[in-house]
Design a protein around this ligand. Sequence first.
Ligand code: KIV
Length: 306
Amino acid sequence: MIKLGGRRFFSGTTRICSSFHEIQRFTINDIREKFSKSQPISMVTAHDFITGKFCQDANIDINLVGDSLAMVALGYEDTNEITFDEFLFHVKSVSRGNSKSLLIADLPFGSYEISPQQALTSSIRLIKEGRAQGIKLEGGEEIVPTIKSIVKAGIPVMGHVGLTPQRHNSLSGFKLQGNTVESALRIYNDCMALQKAGVFSIVLECIPNKLAEIITSKLSVPTIGIGAGPYCSGQVLVMADLLGMNGPVDAKKSKFVKQYSNFYELAVKGLESYKHEVSNRSYPESDAHGYKIKKDVLQEFRKMIE
Ligand code: KIV
């Protein structure tokens, strides 16, 4: 057996040669190392092969296949509508596009709440069929037995507390959490319980900056914030939001979203230009976009059809 860049390969197979060309994938150890050096961790969601490739080529540390894809890529009303098999299809697609980032997949609503065994079965499918390296699930103290059973099977688990979109019905909407003493205390206790259960990191969604800062300072695993201010160990955004994929620049978006690009407008403009050129016959140009046929072949062909 030989070891290449932290990965093990068994000799006597052709994989040894091809392995030199393989891209080395980020692992939970790399995340721990960044955390120990106080280097901020970047995480972005992707929903298919192309967006996975964007994350790979931008060297994003963690590529999350988040169930937000149900809304931003599939047009569902909320994240609860997507089925496990639909979601798995997207995990497979992202994993084919990204060989570099640590790939974490959400456990979608309905795939883990019934029992730790159901959660473990779903997690194994995400790893085995989806080729994810770990899973994320929403919830606090109540899901500790579930987390323990997944971690025990050797699957890295990322927690998710604060605003947990799968529970938006019991939270009465997508709202800021942790803004009362009781709620802040619950989130704090949830984080401590998740850490004890063995998560390697925790997403803090939509909670006050100061609360996120205090929780981060008390934990020994990294926090990844979304709408949780600048004092988390890392940040995550939904790619469609940060690249401006789903609507014009002035479309309504959450306060915490920063848009770094303008994909939607670029796409619509590009399509309008294409339509215009097709309509006025300026696309395609004969030489620039077309293929030539040899004179004698053409002549012979003409003869044959006359
Ligand atoms: O589903 C998702 O995209 C998420 C992130 C917002 C953390 O869970």
